[in-house]
Ligand binder design. Sequence first.
Ligand code: MN
Length: 228
Amino acid sequence: MNYILAAPAIPSLPVIGSDQRFPVRRVFCIGRNYAEHAREMGATVDKAAPMFFCKPADAVVADGADVPYPTATADLHHEVEMVVALGAGGRELEPAAAAALVWGYGVGLDLTRRDLQAQAKAKGHPWDVAKAFDHSAPVSALRPAAQASVDADTVLRLHVNDELRQQARLGEMIHDVPHILAALSRLFELKPGDLVFTGTPAGVAALQRGDRFHAELVGVAELAGQIV
Ligand code: MN
């Protein structure tokens, strides 16, 4: 192809147990998917209407890499989340068919400029500057679903500087993965390479420069890094 600029590299993630990488196409996120987190944010949950937002694919940061503290905020928050990686696409799917799109699992941080999000909520503005900034999506290496044991008792947790900040069972999710993907597929045609952040449990809090984070989807994937 004869582009006028150097074409950007395709963001990608390592695959556990493989030399191959997973190419990231888009990053979708669901909000308010754990009741205790919705409560701590003072939000109400509409179970019939899951709430979605997006991050750019090149916001993904790989395991072990430093995460620069973002500009324009004084309140960077962590949100630990299970991430599902899609190996196939589709639109207007039923939950059972949507579940079959899942290729693998990881764990990520939906980093959030909480002060800008509060301003956006107050003004009725979009969340992009609060959620979709550079380096806002650290994600672990991905484990293929065929080699992963993920169920309602799988534990999601985050330590910051060896202090436990967030912990939940996946069974606490309001919308499970098949229903998240089915709802998304009615809004977007899902594609292979899409990542979906599946919501954070209670305990979100601030990160400072120098903080070291360690996120786990226990027995499946781990993510470590430092805010610099
Ligand atoms: Mn989130």
